[in-house]
Design a protein. Structure first.
Length: 44
């Protein structure tokens, strides 16, 4: 779980530093998928 939190934070940081729109959007989508996994684990 902590590993997912760390990866989520890393992806969001990379998205903020991204230079291109497509790059940023791709990273944000990956982060959103991880956020969904985090929420599913918390529900259990």
């Amino acid at each position: 779980m902590k590993k997912l939190n760390k990866k989520y934070a890393e992806l969001m940081h990379q998205a903020q530093q991204a230079t291109g729109r497509k790059e940023a959007v791709g990273l944000i989508h990956k982060a959103a998928k991880l956020k969904t996994k985090l929420e599913n684990y918390e529900m259990m």
